[in-house]
Ligand binder design. Structure first.
Ligand SMILES: Nc1ncnc2c1ncn2[C@@H]1O[C@H](COP(=O)(O)OP(=O)(O)OP(=O)(O)O)[C@@H](O)[C@H]1O
Length: 216
């Protein structure tokens, strides 16, 4: 079974040359795959296209065996695939850490008590319980980064798309994050400019070159 299957994706921002020009990739359950490529080559754009946050000009997206093209097709995909954005401020919008983490489970129909239990479990698993009651926008950059991961894991996705997950993390927290991610069962699509992090978490890699994905 393939979780994600993208074929021949083409996309250009209006008035600009194509960013993606025939990009294809497949992600299988449990697979860890890195996406590399220079700044501005289109990695974040591709992740947004996978999530249905931007529509490709052409090409096909199949997720969990179902073709996805209209906005409604992506609702189920967004429950089953978690994107950790490059900028935590794009992701965190509730007043407190606990509310931000509870938001996803509540949105998925969990009861208040179930959501609170998930918040405790995820914070405990990530050793972040000390941040539970904190005001989200007052967290440090690295703390925000870890809380965004907690918020995504709270939704128990089957695949994780991670856009520069080590941004703003100190050496100790980067090592901790690596340990946490390596122990997860989910498939992971990793965008990271840190070669050592990629090598440790997702050594199999595709490079985005001239809009296409090529094995490296
Ligand atoms: N809304 C937009 N309108 C026009 N151009 C955009 C827009 N968003 C991104 N771009 C451009 O599209 C290209 C791809 O951007 P993208 O963020 O996908 O690259 P990236 O590979 O993730 O880069 P980085 O490694 O620096 O994070 C860049 O040239 C960027 O400037």
């Amino acid at each position: 079974m393939t979780l994600l299957d993208l074929r021949d994706i083409r996309f250009a921002y209006p008035g600009h040359p194509p960013v993606l020009d025939g990009a294809s990739l497949r992600l299988a359950p449990g697979q860890r795959l890195s996406l590399t490529g220079p700044n501005g080559s289109g990695k974040s754009t591709l992740l947004r296209i996978i999530m249905g946050l931007q529509a490709p000009d052409s090409g096909t997206i199949t997720a969990f065996g179902t073709s996805r093209s209209k906005e409604a097709d992506f609702h189920e995909l967004r429950r089953r695939v978690g994107l950790v954005f490059q900028d935590p401020d794009d992701q965190l919008f509730c007043p407190t850490v606990a509310e931000d983490i509870a938001f996803g489970p509540l949105n998925l129909g969990r009861s208040r008590d179930e959501a609170l239990a998930i918040v405790d479990k995820v914070l405990d698993d990530l050793d972040l319980m000390h941040l539970k009651g904190r005001i989200t926008h007052k967290l440090s950059g690295g703390e925000k980064r870890l809380v965004t991961l907690a918020a995504v894991l709270a939704m128990e996705p089957e695949a994780l798309l991670l856009d520069e997950p080590t941004n703003a993390l100190d050496t100790k927290n980067e090592a901790r994050l690596l340990e946490i991610l390596c122990a997860l069962p989910q498939a992971i699509l990793l965008v990271s400019h840190a070669p050592s992090f990629r090598a440790a978490l997702a050594p199999e890699a595709l490079e985005l070159r001239d809009g296409r994905l090529v094995p490296v």
